[in-house]
Design a protein around this ligand. Sequence first.
Ligand code: HEC
Ligand code: HEC
Length: 187
Amino acid sequence: MPTWIFAIFSFLAIIATAHADGIAEKATLCASCHGENGVPVDPKVPVIWGQNAGYLYIELRDFKRGARASEMMAPMVADMSRDDMMALAEYFSKQPWPNLGQKPASAAIAERAETVANSAQCSQCHLAGFLGASSVPRVSDQSFDYLLATLEAFRSGTRANNAWMTDLMKAYSDDDIKALAAYLAGL
Ligand code: HEC
Ligand code: HEC
């Protein structure tokens, strides 16, 4: 290989490594809440390891715009560039989804949740196994406390960045929403 080609490759490799290091470094800040190994430090904090990249990016953007309110996330993204949001979304989407050790819902709870899920056609968007894709989030095996809080927040309008999810949740009772959260957490 001519040396000048080798020189270009080495240069590109150095840039790529520096960029990757930069993102890994920025991601360490996130670990203080979202967990060193992907298990959040508090069950009210969502899993972001292994979450779909498009969805992660949209949430970071919405926290910055204020479309999704969060006292904890707003300062994280206040000065974050779009490129960093995209790089962080990509970075976290490539980490393995952690094992939270949550138990499957009881048969009675699962039946109630499946009735709601069928009537609302959740799988049309969240797909098989509730794994989502692209800008639709994975919701299976997400933390129970977080799922319950966020579904309730959609219903009350405290989480106002998706009108569809808000309209959908308004049709359901507290017990339905609790059943959905327990069912999804245990998948
Ligand atoms: C101080 C704790 C804390 C830190 C640090 C933190 N987060 Fe969060 N994050 C949260 C909480 C709490 C939520 C849930 C907010 C809500 O729904 O009210 C959240 C939500 C999110 C969500 C939305 C996930 C979903 O399922 O909707 C993303 C994406 C996210 N954080 C990414 C990050 C990234 C990237 C960093 C590092 C730059 C970071 N967070 C740092 C506490 C934190
Ligand atoms: C028309 C498509 C669609 C349908 C049907 C739908 N969802 Fe969603 N759901 C979405 C999208 C898109 C988001 C992400 C919204 C955003 O950008 O914050 C979402 C967000 C969520 C979240 C929040 C995830 C997180 O990490 O914060 C949960 C939980 C959820 N959906 C559960 C359900 C359940 C349960 C059903 C059925 C009862 C359902 N969804 C039906 C499209 C849909």
